[in-house]
Design a binder for this molecule. Structure first.
Ligand code: CA
Length: 243
C-alpha cells in the first residue's frame, strides 16, 4: 500500500517526462514542495532508462512533444511492456483528437498546456487516488478481480488476460471498458455513456472511438467476432454485455 503524498517517510515517486528545461525544473520544485519525489527525464530515451531503474514510480507525467519520440508512442510502449503505472499526459492543445489519442495510447488522464500548477497537482493526486481505490476495492472483494468470459480469463488486479490459455495484452483503457461491461451485465449502455464513464469525456460527439475499442475487445473475447454473443450491439441504443 503506497504511503500518502503527505507522509514524510516515503514520498510518492513521480517520473516527469518534459524536455522544456525551465518548465521541468519549475514543476519538479513544486512537486517536491508538495511532498513528492520527482525525477525528470528530458527525452523518451531518458524516460525509458529511468523506467528500467530498480525503484518503481507511482505515476508518470508525460509531455506529448518530446525531441526523440512523441508521448503517445512512448505511452503505448510503456503499456505494451506490461507497465500500468498511472500516466497523466500533457497535451499541447485542448484538442479532443489529442485527448482521445492519449487515452487510446493507455494514458489515465490528460491536461492541456498551458495549465495552472494547482490543476496539475490535483490531476496527479486524482490518478494516484484512483489507483489506490482500485487496490482497496480489490482487497475488500469489491468488484471481482478475476472473471471468465467464455473461454477467456481476466484478472483485473494483475492485468493478466488469457484466451484459451494464451496470454493477451490489453491496454489500461481496454481493461477499463471491459471492466465496465463486466460490472453492468445485461444493461444497455449508450456510446455517449461509455465515453463519459470510461473515457471521462463529456460533450464529445465522436462515438466511433467506442466502436473501435469494442471491436478490439470482441477480437479477443468473442468466439466469432462477426456474431458477438458477449458484447452485443443494441440497434440505436449502444451495447450490452452478456456474461
Ligand atoms: Ca515538450
Amino acid at each position: 500500500m503506497p504511503a500518502d503524498a503527505t507522509s514524510p517517510t516515503s514520498p510518492l515517486r513521480l517520473l516527469l517526462v518534459e524536455d522544456e528545461e525551465h518548465l521541468a525544473a519549475g514543476l519538479r520544485l513544486n512537486l517536491e514542495l508538495d511532498g513528492f519525489e520527482a525525477v525528470v527525464a528530458g527525452t523518451g530515451r531518458e524516460a525509458a532508462e529511468a523506467l528500467l531503474s530498480a525503484r518503481a514510480f507511482d505515476a508518470i507525467v508525460l509531455d506529448v512533444m518530446l525531441p526523440d519520440i512523441d508521448g503517445f508512442t512512448l505511452c503505448e510502449r510503456i503499456r505494451s511492456a506490461g507497465n500500468y503505472t498511472p500516466v497523466l499526459m500533457l497535451t499541447a492543445r485542448n484538442d479532443p483528437e489529442d485527448r482521445v489519442r492519449g487515452l487510446e495510447a493507455g494514458a489515465d488522464d490528460y491536461l492541456a498546456k498551458p495549465f495552472e500548477l494547482p490543476e496539475l497537482l490535483a490531476r496527479v493526486r486524482s490518478i494516484l487516488r484512483r489507483r489506490r481505490w482500485d487496490k482497496r476495492e480489490e482487497k475488500n472483494g469489491g468488484p471481482r478481480a478475476v472473471v471468465t468470459i467464455g473461454e477467456a480469463r481476466v484478472d483485473f488486479e494483475s492485468h493478466e488476460v488469457a484466451v484459451r490459455g494464451e496470454p493477451v495484452k490489453l491496454t489500461r483503457l481496454e481493461l477499463d471498458l471491459l471492466r465496465y461491461f463486466v460490472e453492468h451485465p445485461g444493461k444497455v449502455v449508450s456510446r455517449q455513456h461509455l465515453l463519459e464513464e470510461v473515457w471521462k469525456l463529456h460533450n464529445y460527439s465522436t462515438a466511433r472511438t467506442v466502436d473501435n475499442f469494442v471491436s478490439r475487445l470482441r477480437r479477443h473475447f468473442e468466439p466469432d467476432p462477426q456474431n458477438p454473443v458477449h458484447i452485443v450491439s443494441v440497434r440505436g441504443a449502444g451495447y450490452k454485455f452478456v456474461p
